[in-house]
Design a protein. Structure first.
Length: 232
């Protein structure tokens, strides 16, 4: 992701509906896990999700490839390392949790990153993954933010299982707003990360929050989310 996009994300993510709800979903997932331990947030950008991990008692490190993202995370008081997700500077079987939100789609050799996640997880350790869904939604937005692919369910399952991880849950997210996203991205000429008017932002937040309670997780969405673990 370009430095300008990282700074834009950092400025918006505390209030933007997309990032707000993603933090809610992360917090809900963390509450399902056991005692907090050592965690690595891969592709942390400005560290928004890393702060959620810390707030829930984990000992997180933000891992970011780009200099700008690492700089923003440090400015926020987070522990940061700069590294490539394909070559994690972490000893084997050291971590209780890895998060990889919106990172695998940026990596040509995503299988190498998945294998590294398995390597650094302790037996029984958890990985939480989020990726953009469905190449039918490919647009100028994907090109602007440096994506090399979008995933379908079978592709993401295959990637994770070949790495030696066991999938616990796989679900769609941003289902209700998929028609809007598809319409907008057909007309987009760049990233669709915008600072929205407050009423619009709150309205979109209400719609996306409704998905927590509706039976829509098996329907096509804009993103896929997954919880998996390294076998004990």
């Amino acid at each position: 992701m370009e430095a300008t996009e990282i700074r834009k994300l950092a400025a918006l993510e505390d209030r933007h509906w997309w990032y707000y709800e993603r933090r809610v979903l992360l917090a809900r997932s963390l509450r399902k896990l056991g005692t907090p331990g050592a965690a690595l947030d891969i592709g942390a950008a400005g560290g928004g999700n890393t702060r959620v991990l810390r707030a829930h008692g984990w000992r997180p490190v933000a891992l970011e490839y780009g200099a700008e993202g690492a700089s923003v995370a440090r400015e926020r008081g987070l522990s940061v390392i700069r590294a490539d997700a394909r070559h994690l500077p972490v000893p084997a079987e050291r971590l209780d949790l890895v998060t990889a939100f919106d990172v695998l789609e940026h990596i040509d050799e995503d299988h190498e990153a998945a294998a590294e996640i398995r390597r650094v997880l302790r037996p029984g350790g958890t990985v939480l993954i989020a990726v953009p869904a469905d190449m039918k939604l490919w647009s100028a937005h994907d090109e602007a933010v440096g994506h090399v692919r979008r995933y379908d369910r079978s592709g993401l399952l295959d990637l994770v299982e070949k790495a030696g991880l066991v999938v616990d849950e796989l679900w769609s997210w941003n289902v209700l707003l998929r028609p809007v996203a598809a319409w907008r991205r057909r007309r987009s000429t760049g990233s669709d990360l915008d600072d929205l008017a407050t009423p619009v932002n709150l309205g979109l937040r209400a719609v996306i929050a409704a998905e927590r309670y509706l039976p829509v997780k098996s329907l096509p969405g804009v993103s896929l989310m997954m919880r998996a673990h390294r076998p004990a």
